[in-house]
Design a protein around this ligand. Structure first.
Ligand code: NAP
Length: 485
C-alpha cells in the first residue's frame, strides 16, 4: 500500500470537524473484493450520531452561506488540487475497497476533481433576475439562495465521484452537507472528508457518517433541518427515500437504476460499434448504472456484431485491479455473482446461447468471466432487470420502429446508445428514445460539463452541467414597493 493511501484510510467519522467513533463503539468491516480480506473497519453509526452531524451542519450553515461565492470557489479549488495531488493514493484506496482496475480508479478520482472544479466555477455564476415590473412604483427581484443542510447518500460502484458531484455543487451553492457513503466502500468518501479538512473548510461544512443505512437514512429524511436529499443508488431505495422525505417536504434528487439499451443498425460500422459496446458494457465489470443491459442488433449486421463482440470479450484481461493490464476486476460481492448466474441460467432455459464466458472465473472468489449471450429474447429477465455484471445479451431486430419500441419497453430511462451512419435515422431514433442520456455512435458519454440524470424510474434532477447546482438553490421572489416613482 502507498504510504499516502493509509493516510486517507480513515477508520472514523467526520462530524462537526472532529474524527469520531460510533457512540456504541460498533464497527463495520470493509472487505477487498479481489482478495476477500478485511482491510479495515469504519464506525457503525446510527440516528444519534447522524442528528449531531446534521446539527453541526446547520450551525456551520449560518456562516457558510454568508461567505462569498468567490471565497467558496477558492476553497473548492484547493480541494480540487488536493484530490489531483493525491490521485494515485486515492485511486489505490478505491481499488482496494471496490475492486475496479487501477486505470478506471484513476479516471474516477480525476472525475471527482473535475466535478469540484466545475462547481467552484459554476458557484460564481448563480444569477438571479430583475424582472420588468407591471407596476410603475414597484420593482421585482428574483434571487437564488442555498437550500441549507443537504443529506447525500452514495453507492459503492463510484464511491469517489458520486460523492464529489454532490458535495461540489452543494458547497459551491453555500449549502453544508451530511454524507453517507456505501458501507462496502466507505473509505473513498471518508477520504473526501480528510481532504476537505486539510483544504481548510470550516468545521461542520462537510460531515461524513458511516453505518446503518436505515437509521442514517431515516434521520436524514425525517429531520426538518435537512432541506434536501440527494441520492445515487437503486430505484428501490430511492422510492423509499422520496416517500420519507415527503414528511418534511424536502427537495429530492435521485440518480437511480438503469436498463440501458444499445442499438446497432445495419448501416453502422461494426468495428466502431463493437469498440463502443465494450466500453459501454464492461467498464467496472458491468457494474455501472449506464452500462449496457440489452444489445439490440439489426438482422443484417447481427452475426458479424456477435462474432466481433465475442472476440473482444474474450480478449479482456480479468484480474486484481492493482495488477498491470487488468481490464475486469471482481464483482462487488457473492450476491452480485449469484444474480448474474441466475440471469444467465434463465436466458439459457429460454433459448439464449452462451457464446463467450458464462461462468465464475478460474481466479475464484467473485471474479466472473465476461459473457456474451446470443439469441436473447424479450421474455428473458434481462429485458426488465438490471444485470450489474459483465454479461452482454444480444437481441435481434428487423425494423427501426421495433428497436425503439423494445428499447423503451422498461420502467427505466437513464442511458442509451445507438450506432447508425444515417443522419435522418439518428434524429428519429434520438427523438423516439425515452432516456435522459443518449450516446449516438459513442459508448462513453459522461462528462462534468453535461447534465447527467435519468427519466421515468431512473430518477429526478440532474448532476453535472450548469443544471447540477440548481437543486441546491431556493428561488425567492422579492417585490419592492412604495418607491414613489
Ligand atoms: P443501494 O442498495 O440503493 O445503496 C445505495 C446507498 O443507499 C448505499 O449507501 C446504501 O447503504 C444506502 N441505503 C440502502 N438502504 C437504505 C435505506 N433504507 N435508507 C437510506 N439509505 C439506504 O444501491 P447500490 O447497490 O449500492 O448501487 C447500485 C445501484 O445504484 C444500481 O441500481 C445503479 O444503477 C445505481 N446507480 C445509479 C447511478 C446514477 O447516477 N443514476 C449511479 C451509480 C449507481 P449501505 O451501503 O449501507 O447499504
Amino acid at each position: 500500500m502507498l504510504k499516502k493511501t493509509s493516510h486517507f484510510m480513515r477508520e472514523a467519522n467526520f462530524i462537526g470537524g472532529a474524527w469520531v467513533e460510533a457512540d456504541s463503539g460498533a464497527t463495520i468491516e470493509v472487505v477487498n473484493p479481489a482478495t476477500r480480506q478485511t482491510i479495515g473497519t469504519v464506525p457503525k453509526c446510527g440516528r444519534a450520531e447522524t442528528r449531531r452531524a446534521i446539527e453541526a451542519a446547520e450551525e456551520a450553515f449560518h456562516s457558510w452561506k454568508k461567505t462569498s461565492a468567490n471565497d467558496r470557489a477558492k476553497l473548492l479549488r484547493k480541494l480540487h488540487d488536493a484530490i489531483l495531488d493525491n490521485q494515485e493514493a486515492l485511486a489505490e484506496l478505491l481499488v482496494m475497497e471496490q475492486g475496479k482496475p487501477l486505470a478506471e480508479a484513476r479516471a474516477e478520482v480525476g472525475m471527482s476533481a473535475a466535478y469540484v472544479l466545475w462547481y467552484a466555477e459554476e458557484g460564481r455564476r448563480v444569477y438571479g433576475d430583475v424582472v420588468p415590473s407591471p407596476w410603475a412604483d414597484r420593482r421585482i427581484l428574483v434571487t437564488k439562495e442555498p437550500v441549507g443542510v443537504i443529506g447525500a447518500i452514495t453507492p459503492w460502484n463510484f464511491p469517489s465521484s458520486m460523492l464529489a458531484r454532490k458535495i461540489g455543487p452543494a458547497l459551491a451553492a453555500g449549502c453544508t452537507a451530511v454524507a453517507k457513503p456505501a458501507s462496502q466502500t466507505p473509505y473513498s468518501g471518508l477520504a473526501l472528508g480528510v481532504l476537505a479538512e486539510e483544504a481548510g473548510f470550516p468545521a461542520g461544512v462537510v460531515n461524513i457518517v458511516t453505518g446503518s443505512a436505515s437509521e442514517i437514512g431515516d434521520e436524514l429524511t425525517e429531520n426538518p433541518l435537512v432541506r434536501k436529499i440527494t441520492f445515487t443508488g437503486s430505484t428501490e431505495v430511492g422510492k423509499v427515500l422520496i416517500q420519507k422525505s415527503a414528511g418534511t417536504v424536502k427537495k429530492v434528487s435521485m440518480e437511480l437504476g438503469g436498463n440501458a439499451p444499445f442499438l446497432v443498425f445495419d448501416d453502422a460500422g461494426v468495428e466502431r460499434a463493437v469498440e463502443g459496446a465494450v466500453a459501454a458494457k464492461y467498464r467496472n465489470s458491468g457494474q455501472t448504472c449506464v452500462c449496457t443491459n440489452r444489445f439490440f442488433v439489426q438482422e443484417g449486421i447481427y452475426d458479424r456484431f456477435v462474432e466481433k463482440l465475442v472476440e473482444a470479450t474474450n480478449r479482456l484481461k480479468v484480474g486484481s485491479g492493482l495488477e498491470d493490464g487488468t481490464q475486469q476486476g471482481p464483482l462487488i460481492d457473492e450476491k452480485a455473482v449469484e444474480k448474474v448466474e441466475e440471469l444467465i441460467a434463465d436466458a439459457a432455459e429460454k433459448g439464449g446461447k452462451v457464446v463467450a464466458g458464462g461462468k465464475r472465473h478460474s481466479l475464484g472468489g467473485t471474479f466472473f468471466e465476461p459473457t456474451v449471450i446470443a439469441e436473447a429474447s424479450p421474455e428473458m429477465r434481462f429485458m426488465q432487470e438490471e444485470i450489474f455484471g459483465p454479461v452482454s445479451p444480444i437481441f435481434r431486430f428487423h425494423e427501426e420502429e421495433e428497436a425503439v419500441k423494445l428499447a423503451n419497453d422498461t420502467a427505466f430511462g437513464l442511458a442509451c446508445y445507438f450506432y447508425t451512419a444515417d443522419l435522418g435515422r439518428a434524429f428519429r431514433v434520438m427523438e423516439g428514445l425515452k432516456y435522459g442520456l443518449i450516446g449516438v455512435n459513442e459508448g462513453i458519454i459522461t462528462t462534468v460539463e453535461a447534465p447527467f440524470g435519468g427519466l421515468k424510474e431512473s430518477g429526478l434532477g440532474k448532476e453535472g452541467g450548469h443544471q447540477g447546482i440548481e437543486d441546491y438553490l431556493d428561488t425567492k421572489y422579492v417585490c419592492i414597493g412604495g418607491l414613489g416613482l
